[in-house]
Design a protein around this ligand. Structure first.
Ligand SMILES: Cc1ncc(COP(=O)(O)O)c(C=O)c1O
Length: 400
């Protein structure tokens, strides 16, 4: 993983103040209180130092391969492709990673960073519980105590991830609300306990987290490039991914930011579609698009079914990519997501998590009628066990 900056590359950045873009259009930043500022700067220095250390990066890659099972396969969804009639659809199979989603790669990277920084405890927030169970697994593997914070709304929906995290030895604290409230709570806890390490689960919040998470997850796009060239002898025409905060999507997109011919498409949930319907504000440590009241004083409640994309805001790099027109963003409804879940289960034999079904929904719309050599790669970023109870309750009779 090279750390060199290429002249005029969109892969550069953020700047040293944590901003993507300049002036009025700058997104991101170090937006946090006085207490956290030195801790964030210390984290930024530790990160920059770590990624220049070959033995640290070698260790990360060793466990990516032997513990996570990377590279995740780039799988040709031939039945779905045939059924839709048009572009060739490939799934980047992040659901086959150990712990069942893309989240584990970021958790591994940051757990190794926490150890390097001699931190004694890890704090995490989680929406769908995928980040919580992945972080609990890496903390168990590397012997660090971990406390997770989740909103009650999500705890009711995604029990299996919470059970897994408990089995790995993690403790859970519940707060009223969902992912937004969980992040706010962890940021407060961290301010009071700066000796712990906040293992941020998406490419969100104050600098340096968006950059750290993007760095770790960019392995997804690097693998896509290599695998697509091997299978198809060319780059994909489009890459699609769902967005909560935006980590699997920036992970899939980053490698291709300078390949302007590759279209990048992010898909949010309908009520949390910050990039389609939001306005610029500053909350949770970042300047970015968010679903907020007209006067910008409070965040609006969102209520999308997939907990992992039910987030009122979005990572600052995505806001920047939207503003400069390098990536497109849209959204899917709960009904469309559930319909797509069934289609994928019945054509490809994959019970996916609900979150990536938002992306596949858009893939299906765009694949129709395209030439047969047009290639769309979609990030299938999680498996469905956590969602089975909810799907059965809402749509069980559809499957009889
Ligand atoms: C399976 C799955 N996919 C996607 C997401 C969205 O997160 P991000 O936008 O950071 O990739 C989550 C978040 O919890 C998730 O659990």
């Amino acid at each position: 993983m090279s750390t060199e900056k290429i002249k005029n590359s969109l892969k550069n950045g953020p700047d040293e103040l944590g901003y993507y873009g300049e002036g009025e259009k700058a997104r991101g930043g170090f937006a946090s209180g006085e207490t956290l500022m030195p801790i964030l700067k210390n984290l930024q220095d530790a990160f920059e130092d770590a990624i220049k250390d070959k033995s640290f990066i070698d260790k990360f890659h060793y466990y990516c391969k032997h513990w996570i099972n990377r590279p995740s396969p780039l799988y040709f969804a031939e039945n779905l492709t045939k059924k839709i009639g048009g572009a060739k659809i490939y799934f980047k199979s992040e659901h086959l990673n150990h712990t069942g989603s893309h989240k584990v790669t970021n958790c591994l990277f940051q757990t190794l960073l926490a150890l390097r920084m001699n931190k004694k405890r890890v704090l995490v927030e989680s929406g769908a519980g995928a980040h919580f169970s992945a972080a609990a697994a890496t903390c168990s593997k590397f012997s660090l105590p971990i406390l997770g914070v989740m909103g009650n709304t999500d705890i009711r929906k995604v029990n299996s991830n919470i059970i897994k995290a408990k089995h790995y030895g993690a403790k859970l604290e519940a707060v009223d609300g969902s992912l937004k409230e969980a992040i706010t709570h962890v940021l407060k806890m961290w301010t009071n306990d700066p000796d712990s390490y906040y293992l941020c689960g998406s490419a969100v919040a104050t600098a340096p987290f968006p950059r750290i998470v993007q760095y770790a997850q960019s392995i997804i796009g690097k693998e896509i490039r290599e695998q697509c060239l091997k299978h198809e002898n060319k780059l994909p025409n489009e890459i699609h991914a769902c967005l909560g905060g935006g980590s699997n999507s920036i992970g899939a997109f980053h490698e291709f930011l300078d390949d302007k011919e590759v279209k990048l498409v992010g898909v949010e949930g309908k009520t949390s579609a910050a990039l389609s319907k939001g306005t610029i504000g500053i909350m949770q440590g970042m300047k970015t698009y968010m679903i907020q009241s007209k006067d910008g004083s409070v965040a609006e409640q969102t209520k999308d079914l997939p907990s992992g994309i039910n987030y009122f805001s979005v990572g600052p790099q995505h806001s920047y990519l939207k503003d400069i027109g390098r990536a497109e963003y849209t959204f899917a409804t709960d009904d469309e997501i559930l319909d797509t879940y069934k289609l994928v289960a019945r054509t490809e034999g994959i019970c996916s998590a609900l979150e990536p079904m938002a992306a596949v929904c858009e893939t299906i719309k765009r694949a129709k009628g395209k030439p047969k050599d047009y290639i769309i790669v979609t990030s299938l970023c999680g498996r469905g066990e956590k969602d089975l109870d909810v799907i059965e309750k809402l749509r069980g009779s559809d499957f009889e």
